[in-house]
Every structure is written in structure tokens, then in C-alpha cells.
Design a protein. Structure first.
Length: 248
């Protein structure tokens, strides 16, 4: 009888893993994907912030916060549009952006005029100023200007004009450390914003370009002249319908 072989069979060699079928993404493609993912996230964050701003009143702004740290506090209290005298709303529009109801965030005519005169004053709309005050920072950097140019049409698209003006009136600086029309009316005239007269409203609007250098309660001859022009402009935009978008 033949003896059984005691030799163990050799183990089968493990099959080599198949080569990966999907080629690895190049570094450039991966960076591109990450970049566009970051862009999409940033856009969604901005859109969400703008949508929130339509219904939620901003408690402060970057500039207000920095001034509060520098001065040890600021005077600011929010007041809804119904608590502001209509003459105040018209005065600010007449002073800062007479075509507020007619543009989509940028006043092309004012921009062309400013370029022709070699000045940037008068080219910035209330919508742009609101975006700068609420979502950005003060300064003349190209980065801020680019962000402002991108966010302004979005605010115009998602906010009614009345809301834009309401927010602007509540965050604009009227004196050093004095922000918003509620604080400004009481600071300068000792009345609430609902009780402002045409003259008082026009004088408040006249200080907006340089709130730290002008006083609404102690107006210079220049400021009195400017306030008179604003009163005339406010009456004009009321008569020709350019105030309808925020008064209706």
C-alpha cells in the first residue's frame, strides 16, 4: 500500500489588486473644486444674511461697534419706519439719493456726473450706503467696493425700498457716537423722530455727509443753505412721485 504524501500543497498566491480604474484628481482640479465649493458657501451665507436682514433689525454695525469701543459707548435706539416723520424720510432721500425709487441700487446718471466732475461724492446711493453700514466696513479699498457692488443688487432684489430706507435711517451716523434718527432727533432737538419738523429734518439730513464736522442744532450759514435746498428737493420728490416707493 502506497504511503500518503505528507507534503502540504503550496498556498495559492494572492491575486494582485486590480489597478485603480478611476484616475486620481490632479492637484489643480482638487484646488478648483475647493475654490468653487468655498464660493458657493460664501454666496449662500451672504444670501442668508441679506434675507435675515429683511426681517431682523441689525442690533449694531461694524463701524458702530468700533466707535463704541473708541468712545466707550454710542447713542443708538431702533425705531420702526412708522415712528419716523415722513418729512425725515423725504429729506434724507432728497439729500442723499433723489432717484432712490427709480434705480436698482446704482444711480448711473449720478455716477457719470461724479466722474465728469472728478468726484465720488453723490454717486453712492442709499442702497450702497446701507450695504456698507450693515454688512461691510468703512474705507475705500477695492475689496470693500467690490463686495458692495455685489451685495447691493441682492439687497435691492430681496428688500423693499421702504425697508432699505428704514435700515439706513437707523444706522446712519448723525454726530460723533450718535447713530440713527431716534438718537439724533433727541440729541439735537429734544424730540422723538415722529415729531420732527421739515426744518429739523432737513438740518439732520444736511449733516449726513460729514456728521463729525456739522451740527444740526447749530447750523452754519452753509448748512442752513443746504437744508433749504433739501426742503425744496423733498417737496419736489413728493410732488413728482419719486417718494412713492417708501411712502405707499
Amino acid at each position: 500500500m502506497a504511503k500518503r504524501s505528507t507534503t502540504k500543497p503550496k498556498p495559492k498566491a494572492k491575486a494582485k489588486p486590480q489597478a485603480e480604474t478611476a484616475p486620481r484628481l490632479s492637484l489643480r482640479k482638487r484646488l478648483r473644486r475647493k475654490f468653487w465649493r468655498a464660493v458657493v458657501i460664501a454666496v449662500l451665507v451672504v444670501v442668508g444674511a441679506v434675507l435675515l436682514g429683511r426681517i431682523v433689525n441689525p442690533p449694531t454695525t461694524a463701524y458702530m461697534f468700533s466707535e463704541g469701543r473708541r468712545l466707550g459707548g454710542v447713542d443708538h435706539q431702533w425705531v420702526p419706519m412708522r415712528g419716523i416723520a415722513p418729512v425725515m424720510a423725504r429729506a434724507v432721500v432728497a439729500a442723499e439719493d433723489a432717484n432712490f425709487c427709480q434705480h436698482w441700487g446704482f444711480d448711473v446718471r449720478a455716477i457719470r456726473l461724479a466722474i465728469a466732475e472728478g468726484s465720488s461724492r453723490g454717486a453712492s446711493t442709499l442702497s450702497q450706503q446701507t450695504v456698507k453700514n450693515v454688512y461691510l466696513w468703512h474705507g475705500r479699498t477695492w475689496v470693500r467696493k467690490a463686495l458692495e457692488a455685489g451685495i447691493t443688487p441682492l439687497v435691492e432684489m430681496l428688500w423693499p425700498k421702504r425697508r432699505i430706507l428704514e435700515v439706513y435711517l437707523n444706522v446712519a451716523e448723525f454726530d460723533e457716537g450718535v447713530f440713527g434718527v431716534e438718537a439724533a432727533a433727541r440729541h439735537y432737538f429734544g424730540v422723538g423722530p415722529k415729531a420732527l419738523t421739515e426744518r429739523q429734518a432737513s438740518q439732520l439730513a444736511a449733516v449726513l455727509p460729514a456728521p463729525k464736522d456739522r451740527s444740526a442744532s447749530r447750523p452754519t450759514a452753509y448748512l442752513q443753505k443746504r437744508a433749504a435746498q433739501i426742503r425744496s428737493g423733498a417737496a419736489t420728490i413728493r410732488a413728482d412721485g419719486r417718494a412713492d416707493c417708501f411712502e405707499s
